[in-house]
Design a protein around this ligand. Structure first.
Ligand SMILES: *[C@@H]1O[C@H](CO)[C@@H](O)[C@H](O)[C@H]1NC(C)=O
Ligand SMILES: *[C@@H]1O[C@H](CO)[C@@H](O)[C@H](O)[C@H]1NC(C)=O
Length: 340
């Protein structure tokens, strides 16, 4: 059986792939870090690895379910490491489609940076295996991409950054999707064919947004923006599939399923979805700090900190993502080999 090569790109933020597994630990000045307790308290060896959750990320769980090991962070690999042949994770906490996103974390790998690193990876594979094998490997790999949450949470929705004042939401979505189009085209030129783009979840319902409402409700306007983004990206991906020979890009819209998890936590075995297990201070960012207090039963909570789902929720989310992948993989026009 051919080995499944997973290439994971994106960010860390809520409901988004492919979640960071430690790239930022290697960025000396990055403030978007989670390499300290309580992060990782439910991970193998109770280790804080740079995953922004108490246990496994959605990426870890998907890899497990696909029978593959979770790809290591790109920045942890040595030059020339053969491990790159088994998949790489480029995701970086705080990163976005736009360069400005997460600027105040000082260091993170923007989506452009991640694509540049993928290009370098391909050059290394070429040096190891030759041009033809490198092209084949890159064409056959699965690319999981989840990016965009931070362009809201750590950009557009931040009152102290200019984007929110500078652009109407329509203009902002236009900027995001035209930028993303160039990025996906570049990935395609580098050989990516089987791309799964994980759409955004209801960001208006994450604890860091709820606290902005007097009554702890989801922010309706934020959710509407996210849905608009999702529909524009879906449109973009459909158009790329039509324009690019052999492109097999999938947009996985898990928004409704994630909203269902938040609105009906008990259906999925959870008790609380309107606040996080780790009692975070949203005035200083909403990450779980070593002096934060934890809940008693971590499995009861959908959210771990003010932005990120818990290990238990990630399990449910990974399941939902895989089922959307399975239904999208049924022979549909978007996936059928295209004559050209
Ligand atoms: C980010 O900055 C780099 C370097 O200035 C530039 O080449 C690139 O086009 C920018 N990307 C985006 C998405 O604005
Ligand atoms: C969460 O919901 C519960 C029950 O509906 C409510 O008592 C509690 O105040 C809410 N918590 C927050 C932080 O909104």
């Amino acid at each position: 059986m051919p080995r499944l090569l997973l290439i994971l790109m994106g960010v860390v933020n809520s409901f988004c792939f492919f979640t960071e597994v430690g790239n930022n630990n290697h960025l000396q000045y990055s403030l978007a870090r989670s390499d300290y307790p309580w992060y990782g308290i439910d991970y193998t060896g109770k280790q804080a690895t740079g995953r922004f959750t108490n246990g496994r990320t959605i990426g870890d769980i998907i890899s497990e379910k696909l029978g593959s090991s979770s790809p290591p962070p790109y920045l942890s690999l040595l030059q020339n490491d053969d491990a790159i042949l088994n998949g790489v994770n480029y995701a970086s906490g705080g990163a976005g489609i736009l360069n400005d996103t997460g600027l105040y974390f000082i260091q993170r790998l923007t989506f452009d940076d991640q694509i540049n690193y993928f290009k370098k990876t391909k050059e290394i594979i070429r040096a190891k295996k030759g041009e033809e094998a490198a092209n084949k490997l890159c064409n056959e790999a699965m690319y999981f991409i989840g990016i965009g949450s931070n362009d809201y949470v750590n950009n557009y929705l931040q009152p102290f950054l200019p984007a929110g004042q500078q652009y109407t939401h329509d203009e902002f979505v236009e900027l995001l999707t035209t930028t993303l189009e160039q990025q996906l085209l570049r990935l395609y030129q580098l050989g990516a064919r089987k791309v799964l783009y994980h759409g955004l979840g209801p960001l208006g319902c994450i604890p860091s947004q709820r606290v902005k409402s007097q009554t702890g409700q989801c922010l309706k306007r934020v959710n509407e923006w996210v849905m608009e983004f999702n529909s524009q990206v879906q449109y973009l991906i459909n158009s790329l599939n039509r324009r690019l020979p052999n492109a097999q890009m999938i947009f996985a819209d898990t928004y409704p399923a994630v909203l269902d998890l938040i609105n009906n936590p008990s259906t999925y075995g959870f008790k609380i979805s309107n606040t996080s297990c780790c009692n975070v201070d949203t005035s200083i960012g909403g990450l779980c700090l070593p002096n934060s207090r934890l809940c008693n039963e971590r499995k009861d909570y959908v959210f771990w900190d003010a932005f990120h789902p818990s290990d238990a929720a990630n399990e449910v989310l990974a399941e939902k993502l895989l089922s959307s992948l399975a239904s999208a993989s049924a022979p549909t026009p978007a996936l059928a080999p295209k004559p050209h």
